[in-house]
Ligand binder design. Structure first.
Ligand SMILES: *Cc1c(COP(=O)(O)O)cnc(C)c1O
Length: 396
């Protein structure tokens, strides 16, 4: 018999769609896949070489559970350089991916009786990870017409004496939205006033477009920093999703407790990957701007093409590599005998009849929308857009 915890847990829907997409491709079907949750770029050569060197140098044994000191120092340097934040080694934990950083954090911070506020649209893993820690996710809707902002007014409506934390993810997955400075300030002030923590998932910090400059909420005021835990990693910035290196920065007591969980579960992150991450953070950074320039080209094309479809609106992402178009206007229409009444049915139609893989917005807490990743080639993007246009044109 499975535990209650395991029985109620469903697998990540985005990973499930990627799996379905791969299975159809393996059957020889020409799928335009927008499901990817990872850069389509290869890990830069100098980073791969650092890993090869680590193997040849026999850097293949256990390391300290919380990560090797040179990597912690490189992370400290990154926060200084990019965010003007000063951390000590005991305020940094290296984990097996950003997801693992968040998991460890939720395990040490949350328990039965706690409420954790999650702004929607949200990254699919937050609610189940909060539940795994025994706490209750409180979904807080934000709106496309407000640039998906969390304002003081919206947040106040969701605060209760049980509120333990609010999760911020900006630039966000699935929208690519970011918070205005004044709203970050309001969130920070409420956190101090009502004594809750801020979990700041800044994994897309470096993948930003146009003139947007990322501001970490922790850097805005020392009293915000004291109650903020930043979760970050090398997966998205350096096209290193398979290497599994994430890191967190926050109050020493929390970081130490997270390290204890890690010491009783995974032990250290892979020694070889730590060496690769060290080179990623300290080596030449030119790769990032090359990747971002290509992402921007694809984003601009997608936003323009989606907005040109009758009835479809689309937020122009400030960061990350997803667009989140609004297809509410087609809800209720029909394709042959299929009634398109949810984003899930629309997703099934696109996959079955038009061989185009997207993720339904409802998985991110927002019905009527779709998520399209542009971490895929321009050829596929153009092909997929043509298919989506055709699908919408065939709806009656
Ligand atoms: C990809 C992602 C992560 C973590 O990814 P890892 O590969 O585990 O480092 C965390 N948060 C969001 C919002 C993501 O999209």
């Amino acid at each position: 018999m499975l535990s209650k915890r395991a029985a109620s847990l469903k697998p990540s829907p985005t990973l499930a769609i990627s799996a379905k997409e791969k299975a159809l491709k393996a059957q020889g079907i020409d799928i335009a896949g927008f499901g990817a949750g990872e850069p389509d770029f290869d890990t830069p050569a100098h980073i791969k070489e650092a890993a090869v060197k680590a193997i040849n140098d026999n850097f293949t044994r256990y390391t300290p559970v919380a990560g090797i000191d040179p990597l912690k120092d490189a992370i400290i340097e990154k926060f200084k350089r990019d965010n003007d934040l000063t951390y000590k080694r005991e305020e940094i934990l290296v984990s097996c991916g950003g997801k693992h950083s968040l998991y460890n954090l939720f395990q040490v911070l949350f328990q039965e009786g706690d409420e954790v506020i999650v702004p929607a649209p949200f990254w699919v893993s937050y609610p189940p990870m909060i539940e795994l820690a025994g706490a209750k996710p409180v979904i807080m809707q934000t709106r496309e017409e407000d640039d998906y902002q969390v304002t003081e007014e919206i947040l106040k409506k969701h605060l209760t004496p049980k509120t333990k934390a609010v999760i911020l993810n900006y630039p966000s997955n699935p929208v690519g939205s970011v918070f205005y400075r004044e709203n970050l300030e309001a969130i920070g002030r409420l956190a101090v006033e009502h004594d809750f923590f801020i979990v700041s998932d800044e994994i897309y910090e470096k993948l930003v477009y146009d003139d947007y400059k990322h501001i970490s909420i922790a850097s805005m005021d020392n009293v915000f920093r004291e109650r903020t835990i930043i979760c970050h990693g090398v997966s998205k910035t350096y096209a290193m999703t398979g290497w599994r290196i994430g890191y967190s920065a926050g109050p020493a007591g929390i970081i130490k407790a997270m390290g204890n969980i890690q010491s009783q579960s995974t032990s250290n992150p892979t020694s070889i990957s730590q060496m690769a991450a060290l080179t990623a953070l300290t080596g030449n950074q030119d790769f990032i701007s090359t990747m971002v320039a290509e992402f921007k080209r694809r984003k601009d094309f997608l936003v323009k093409s989606l907005r040109a479809i009758d009835g479809v609106t689309c937020y122009d992402p400030k960061g990350a590599f997803y667009v989140f178009p609004n297809f509410s206007s087609v809800m209720g229409k029909k394709h042959k005998n299929r009634v398109i009444d949810t984003s899930t049915v629309l997703t099934e139609l696109l996959l079955d009849e038009f061989h185009t893989a997207v993720v339904p917005g409802v998985e991110f807490g927002k019905e009527g929308y779709l998520r399209l990743s542009f971490a895929t080639s321009m050829d596929i993007i153009e092909k997929g857009i043509d298919r989506i246009k055709k699908a919408v044109a065939e709806l009656t």
